[in-house]
Design a protein around this ligand. Structure first.
Ligand code: SAH
Ligand code: SF4
Ligand code: F3S
Length: 515
């Protein structure tokens, strides 16, 4: 589909529905400029169209120099995918001639790259939009934009149009490469510029990027999600599953290795579905990891895994270890087969435990972490206890835990829920106590051990202390020379806390040359 056809299709979708006459009338003034609001209904569709790959991104002549004398600021909420999208947008801003700034007060363009995963994530953004109102009032030339996952929701776009008219532009997760056009429109137009594509089947390559750091880098391997877990908004905000071609990914990782990066995280909402959409080749995540592990880069990992597609070949490849990190984040969500069924996770408690058994057998010492939702609609005490017992049984090292948050447009949001909020909060507290207890236990086992630490920089609390991560993703704080930053050094663990380790350097890797 070319851009023109897509624009026409989307306009037809947003205005062709006769039950939508009112909104068509209300919004008519916006058609003078760009007006392409999102539609969750469209976003839900999964068509048969093939994925189109575009590798011809370039900055249009007419936009070059648009940012001269201007500064941009991007605030990022949400997951690594969003962090990485911010790196791409920063790359586009620089290519347009803008300069970065780290304070909103100097910025000529402010973007909020938003997350829609839970209600409190959205509330933070609305709060921030409120704060920025005064800034915008004092500096009318300032451009204020909202992008990321919240932009893909029509309820959010409607709310911004009604209540936050200080916003100049809204664009979606599929429109990032259109940033130069959107900025241009926003400078020219008096109306709010809205361009959100709801249905996306494309992969855009060759986008510029400004990576946030020189030690660790993110590489997208696929976009979107087709799992439609009943509580989750991501399949609607990120579109259908589509994989980048292996050669593009491998080339990007090689390039990062050549630039001296020490760790690469392969990113996708459900990386285990990688390659499912290829029609011409039989190439899945196991194959990709097997190819990437031969690249000369010290650490490779991936996130996030879905238990359902975690196949034996991938386990076999991960067992080769080397630069493949032996920490696997494997969200379970619940320990109850009945709740998992209502969540549409498509595995049972037993199947999850069997997968864990296989991983542990093949990769001894691998650490596992997870995501858990408590207080799913109608979750019983017994079902919650099953989550607690599964947590112990697996022996997770850590977990992100959440109270279920209804997301408009998802099937779970329509479920009647008989669990009071106090009960949900109490369950979360009990689970968190277990998570802390088991994390502290796991940390204690490191006392006296020597671990490899990739040093990321000074500790946030004390500049005399360095901080970094082991290859099992444990945070280590230790005394060491600043020249160790960016290197992998051996550290002896002297003390363990619940969420971090303390230690001292015992070998100064490669540092002699630096001195
Ligand atoms: N793609 C990843 C998860 C992305 S969202 C996966 O499938 O594992 C990160 C986590 O947020 C999820 O694992 C889930 O635990 C949590 N989450 C998602 N939707 C939620 C909701 N509506 N309420 C509470 N937590 C939610
Ligand atoms: Fe959401 Fe489920 Fe997809 Fe993860 S796999 S992004 S939880 S729908
Ligand atoms: Fe949030 Fe979107 Fe990521 S909803 S978690 S920013 S994919």
């Amino acid at each position: 589909m070319n851009e023109q056809q897509r624009l026409q299709g989307q306009l037809a979708n947003s205005s062709g529905n006769s039950s939508d006459k009112k909104s068509e009338k209300d919004y008519s003034k916006y058609f003078e400029s760009v007006f392409m609001p999102p539609s969750l209904k469209e976003a839900k569709k999964r068509g048969k169209e093939e994925v189109s790959y575009h590798s011809d991104f370039s900055i249009d002549e007419q936009f070059k120099g648009m940012g001269e004398g201007r500064k941009f600021y991007i605030r990022t909420y949400g997951c690594q995918m969003n962090e990485h999208d911010t790196e791409v947008m920063a790359g586009i801003f620089l290519a347009l001639g803008y300069e970065p700034t780290d304070t909103v007060d100097d910025a000529d363009v402010i973007l909020l790259n938003t997350c829609a995963i839970r209600e409190n994530a959205e509330n933070k953004v609305f709060g921030e939009l409120g704060h920025l109102k005064t800034l915008k009032k004092n500096r009318p030339d300032l451009l204020l934009g909202v992008c990321g996952c919240m932009s893909q929701e029509e309820s959010v776009v409607n709310k911004i149009m009604k209540t936050y008219n200080q916003v100049d532009m809204i664009f979606g997760t599929h429109n990032i490469h259109r940033l130069p056009h959107i900025l241009n429109e926003a400078y020219l137009s008096k109306e709010m510029v809205i361009e959100v594509w709801s249905k996306e089947g494309d992969v855009v390559e060759n986008l510029p990027k400004v990576r946030n750091g020189k030690i660790k880098a993110w590489v997208n391997i696929m976009y979107g999600c087709d799992k439609f877990c009943t509580y989750c908004i991501v399949p609607y905000t990120r579109g259908k599953e589509r994989s980048r071609r292996p050669e593009e990914i491998i080339q990007e990782v090689r390039h990062l290795a050549a630039q001296g990066y020490k760790e690469v995280t392969l990113l996708g909402q459900n990386v285990n579905a990688y390659g499912k959409d290829f029609e011409d080749i039989n190439y899945r995540l196991g194959d990709l990891m097997d190819d990437i592990r031969t690249i000369d880069i010290p650490r490779i990992r991936f996130t996030t895994s879905h238990p359902r597609d975690f196949d034996d070949h991938l386990i076999e490849v991960l067992a080769k270890k080397g630069n493949l990190m032996d920490h696997i984040h494997l969200p379970v969500q619940s320990g109850s087969t009945d709740v998992l069924k209502i969540m549409a996770r498509k595995y049972t408690r037993e199947q999850y435990l069997e997968l864990v058994r296989k991983i542990k057998a093949a990769i001894p010492g691998a650490t596992l972490t997870t995501d858990i939702i408590v207080g799913y609609p109608n979750e019983t005490d017994e079902q919650f206890e099953e989550t607690m017992s599964l947590y112990r049984e697996v022996g997770f090292d850590a977990a992100y835990t959440f109270i279920y948050s209804p997301r408009e447009g998802t099937p779970a949001a329509k479920m009647v829920d008989n669990v009071p909020m106090e009960v949900k909060k109490e369950r979360l507290q009990r689970l968190n106590a277990l998570v802390n207890e088991m994390s502290a236990e796991a940390m204690m086992s490191y006392k006296g051990q020597i671990v490899d630490v990739l040093v990321e920089g000074e500790s946030k609390k004390n500049p005399d202390i360095l901080a970094g991560y082991t290859n099992k993703s444990k945070l280590v704080n230790f005394k060491g020379p600043k020249s160790a930053i960016g290197q992998i050094v051996k550290v002896k663990i002297t003390d363990a806390k619940t969420w971090s380790l303390n230690g001292e350097v015992i070998e100064e890797h490669e540092m002699a040359e630096v001195k």
